[in-house]
Write a protein that binds this ligand. Structure first.
Ligand SMILES: Cc1ncc(COP(=O)(O)O)c(C=O)c1O
Length: 299
């Protein structure tokens, strides 16, 4: 974790169409996004100068905005280009990108019909979400107090800022108790996801993962499912009860930031990162490398 606060770094942030010095990328305290959580964002990683699944992330950003009833005032291509330009402008080859869109200050009630939609993109170095040593051992999770909301209660399929409120509370509580992250159930009590990553299990050589129709269907999750199927593994997407945890042998989390991270414990349940976890960890690492570098590595 960097000792420098995120508003004090050096670099450039793409802010409503042009680059501004990092420390000047400010918003006013009377901003709808701050008061009412009316923002949507993405988390992307670049490997070897190329942003992995950039278009998929940009499409999800636009979809999240649409779910929150606003329109991003750029085209998909403009945002893709701006992401790539932000990476280059900050001299990054491997890095993390954070595009965000939010409602501005024109109206300060719940209604925000006339508010400007602002868009910013920042990029920084972020080697690994969990430390490599921790990753190899498998991380420890505990159940969260809060549950993922019913899609009839909240815009569950959007990557919306407001939805992370319960993730931060849950992750803080887990960290206070010595765990790396919290596992959240859905509102019906099925296993859902961690606070910023999706979850997979293995039982008798078959991969099981919760059906992503009520929480974020991660781009990494979709990639890992494709990689697993390409290896010939059976992948079952279904409701998973926490009662089943003792029957699973392997478990991992996956997300843009977490990549593929083995899990060793969820409270009293134990998992041993095994062949399937390791295979998919390695396959994911290979998949994110830009094509030219894969060719060079194989030459
Ligand atoms: C709550 C939540 N679930 C799942 C994911 C994984 O999504 P992705 O693989 O698209 O990064 C993330 C990360 O963005 C997340 O914040």
């Amino acid at each position: 974790m960097s000792a420098v606060a995120f508003d004090q770094k050096d670099g450039w942030i793409w802010f409503n169409g042009s680059f501004v010095p990092w420390k000047d990328a400010k918003v006013h305290v009377l901003t709808h996004g701050l008061h009412y959580g009316s923002g949507v964002f993405e988390g992307e990683r670049a490997y070897g100068g190329k942003i992995f699944k950039l278009r998929e992330h940009t499409e999800r950003l636009f979809k999240s905005a649409e779910i929150l009833d606003f329109q991003i005032p750029y085209t998909l291509q403009e945002i893709d280009d701006a992401c790539q330009a932000t990476l280059a402008k900050n001299g990054l080859v491997d890095g993390y990108l954070r595009p965000i869109a939010w409602r501005g200050s024109e109206m300060m009630g719940v209604s925000a019909q006339k508010n400007r939609i602002n868009v910013a993109i920042a990029a920084w170095e972020w080697p690994s979400y969990f430390s490599p040593a921790e990753r190899l051992k498998g991380i420890r999770l505990t159940f969260a107090k809060y549950r993922r909301p019913d899609p009839q209660t909240a815009p569950s399929l959007a990557k919306a800022s407001g939805l992370y409120m319960i993730c931060t509370i849950s992750k803080h509580e887990a960290e206070r108790r010595g765990y790396a992250d919290a596992l959240m159930l859905d509102w019906e009590g099925n296993v859902a996801e961690a606070t910023g990553a999706n979850i997979f299990f293995v039982k008798d050589g078959v991969i099981h993962t919760p059906l992503a129709d009520r929480f974020l269907n991660g781009i990494t999750r979709q990639t890992v499912i494709d990689l697993a199927k390409a290896r010939g593994y059976e992948v079952v997407e279904r409701r998973i009860s926490p009662d089943e945890l003792p029957t699973f042998s392997e478990c991992w989390l996956c997300g843009t930031a977490a990549e593929v991270t083995p899990v060793s414990e969820i409270d009293e349940f134990r998992f041993t990162p095994g062949k399937i976890t390791e295979t998919l960890m390695n396959d994911y690492t290979a998949a994110v490398q830009p094509a030219e570098q894969k060719i060079a590595a194989n030459a």
